[in-house]
Design a protein around this ligand. Structure first.
Ligand SMILES: [Zn+2]
Length: 399
């Protein structure tokens, strides 16, 4: 037997013993669904949507396509069981980041209990589990005490437009699970971020007469010093029990236009990760106020402007929310950790929570593998996450 046939046979036998959610994942990763933002050979989400639609065709699950961009639609699946007062939402995304340098990214490769493929971890492992759980629920809706909705969204990997369109529909929801890799940890808190630019304004002059000018780059040195000496130690003092300390990074710097001109402008872009309880717009305003105060106090000749780039909220779900209690119960029933944890990356959960929907994040795989050229997910975790979603759906809404 050739080596190739042998490994194919091994794959076959591995597949046979596996959780049915893994077979769904196997199908999903073979469908290219790179977000169109990442290049012209990206297919977008429509083939994944069509696949899910086919699975639920002719069942008691109501299917709605929600237009977001031309040819790109959220798929909203509703299992109405006569319990609209308790509606559990499963939400995750169908798009992936680009294939990048990942080899054979669309052919699942099983090795050491892992499946390697683009999207396996972020977030098709979660999506497969949610599809399977909904299929199981749909077989016996009379066993449920809640309506179950699955939103498979487009465009999470770029501008979150899919989720925004779903939320604009204002469907009543009483608890939500966002599918992202959490290594089967129940995430009730995560950081958000405030991204903004700081520009210093000098006076241009010929470099043969620098005394006629005022260097914006030299001005920026003072701003950087302020960040390193004042802001960073301040942030290190703050600690959130689940998320740790807030952080700040100057990711880019641009200044000057030509080697022989005193630079008129210099700009840095800052990424400040915020804690639950902080508001991104307030964080930016306070930074600016503190910086202006520093400039004045130190008597510096620095002219700055501050410009907002992106705001994303942190997540803090009340620990007594029903979805949290049911999630912990589901985890215990499956012998999984029921510990409530926080993570440092952001997700759609904070947007749902901001709309008043208690939300957790839960899924197989680790964020460390998401977006990487070695993306993989633990085969075992995919099955367990699927079981967890099903267990949660079964108990949600009960007394
Ligand atoms: Zn994701």
């Amino acid at each position: 037997m050739s080596e190739r046939n042998q490994s194919q046979e091994q794959q076959g036998s591995v597949r046979d013993e596996l959780h049915p959610a893994l077979l769904i994942l196997d199908d999903l990763v073979r469908i290219q669904s790179v977000n169109p933002h990442y290049g012209s050979d990206a297919h977008g989400e429509s083939e994944v949507a069509a696949y899910i639609e086919r699975r639920f065709a002719g069942t008691n699950v109501q299917i709605t396509r929600q237009p977001v961009f031309p040819g790109r639609e959220n798929l909203v699946l509703e299992l109405r069981t006569g319990h609209p007062e308790a509606t559990l939402l499963f939400e995750t995304h169908m798009d992936t980041v680009s294939i990048g340098s990942m080899a054979d990214a669309l052919t699942p490769n099983y090795r050491d209990g892992r499946m390697y493929a683009r999207g396996a971890c972020d977030a098709k492992g979660s999506l497969a589990g949610m599809i399977w759980a909904l299929e199981e629920c749909a077989k016996h809706p009379e066993l449920l005490q809640a309506d179950i909705v699955l939103c498979a969204a487009v465009d999470e990997e770029h501008e979150y437009r899919g989720l925004r369109v779903f939320m604009a529909g204002e469907m009543p929801v009483t608890g939500a699970v966002v599918g992202e890799p959490t290594e089967l940890g129940i995430v009730v808190a995560h950081k958000g971020c405030a991204r903004f630019a700081v520009t210093t304004h000098g006076v241009a002059a010929h470099s043969s007469m620098p005394e006629e000018g005022d260097s914006a780059i030299y001005q920026m040195m003072h701003v950087m010093q302020f960040i390193r000496d004042i802001i960073e130690p301040q942030l290190a003092q703050v600690n959130h029990p689940l998320c740790g300390s807030p952080t700040i990074v100057a990711g880019t710097i641009h200044g000057g236009t030509q080697i022989n001109i005193v630079p008129e402008q210099c700009e840095i872009e800052l990424d400040r990760r915020i804690l639950p309880g902080e508001l991104p717009e307030v964080v930016i305003a306070e930074f600016e106020q503190q910086l202006r105060h520093y400039i004045e106090q130190e008597n510096l000749q620095v002219k700055v402007t501050v410009r907002e780039l992106l705001l994303d909220w942190a997540l803090q779900t009340p620990q007594d929310a029903a979805v949290v209690s049911f999630a912990r119960e589901a985890a215990r029933a499956l012998d999984l950790s029921d510990e409530l944890i926080g993570v440092t990356y952001g997700s759609d959960a904070s947007k749902l929570q901001r709309q008043g929907i208690p939300t957790i994040v839960y899924g197989p795989g680790s964020i460390a593998q998401a977006h990487s050229k070695e993306e993989w997910v633990s085969v075992r975790e995919v099955g367990l996450a699927a079981d967890f979603y099903y267990q949660l759906a079964r108990s949600f809404g009960s007394e």
